[in-house]
Design a protein. Structure first.
Length: 231
């Protein structure tokens, strides 16, 4: 009986040896690939966290530079941020912050350059949209109408589509193209939430062009009152 078991164990060992001889290298390399990928993923996650932490510190420096009002310091801190952490959202936020500071100081060229950088380099479509809208506004002030329209042409994220239409309306109105401006303002008005305060401003713009976007609309309270009277 013992010899029979020994023979079975020996056969099993021989099968295992044969199997390992045939597939051992493949299994080993598969394990190496899996473990390597796992290590690389963990390493990438650590690198991202480290990058975000460092970028956050540098964003604070840009913020302090803006608060100081020193243009040279703003230039230097923003340049460092773009060079070292240009792919992070912190860099995009810093670009928008610096652009606003430059604008407030009357340095429109520097503001435009910062906004251009965010519009072209931002990985986040929201920041990209904000930069384009602000850049279009700046160009509108400089009466560079064609360039301004280019910034707000094309597709925009859903949350920014109405604002882009409103900005196009501003540009077209400044060019004296009232019909086209009305069409864009109407798009903006329809696209904005009724509770949004900005919608009232778009309504004022439409009124100035002889359009009442509320014409024909019945307020809910009025409709309810009329229904009660009919009953």
């Amino acid at each position: 009986m013992a010899k029979h078991l020994d023979l079975e164990e020996q056969e099993q060992l021989d099968e295992i040896k044969h199997f390992w001889k045939q597939y051992g290298d493949l299994i080993t390399w598969a394990l190496i690939v899996v473990l390597g990928a796992f290590a690389a993923w963990n390493g990438y996650q650590y690198w991202q966290r480290n990058q975000a932490a460092q970028a956050s510190v540098m964003y604070d420096e840009v913020e302090r530079a803006v608060q100081s009002g020193d243009p040279t310091r703003i230039d230097r801190s923003l340049a460092d941020m773009k060079d070292r952490f240009g792919r992070t959202t912190y860099a995009q936020q810093a670009g928008l912050l610096a652009a606003r500071a430059y604008y407030d100081k009357g340095n429109l060229d520097a503001s435009r350059a910062a906004l251009n950088w965010v519009a072209e380099k931002a990985s986040d479509e929201g920041y990209q949209a904000i930069a384009k809208l602000r850049l279009a506004g700046l160009l509108l002030e400089k009466k560079a109408y064609d360039e301004a329209l280019q910034q707000v042409s094309g597709s925009f994220p859903k949350d920014f589509a109405a604002l882009a239409a409103d900005r196009r309306g501003d540009i077209l109105a400044a060019q004296g193209k009232k019909g086209e401006a009305k069409a864009e303002y109407e798009k903006a008005y329809k696209g904005l939430d009724e509770r949004t305060e900005y919608r009232r401003l778009v309504e004022v713009k439409l009124n100035a062009l002889g359009v009442d976007p509320t014409a024909g609309q019945v307020k809910p309270t009025t409709a309810a009152f009329n229904a009660e009277v009919k009953q």
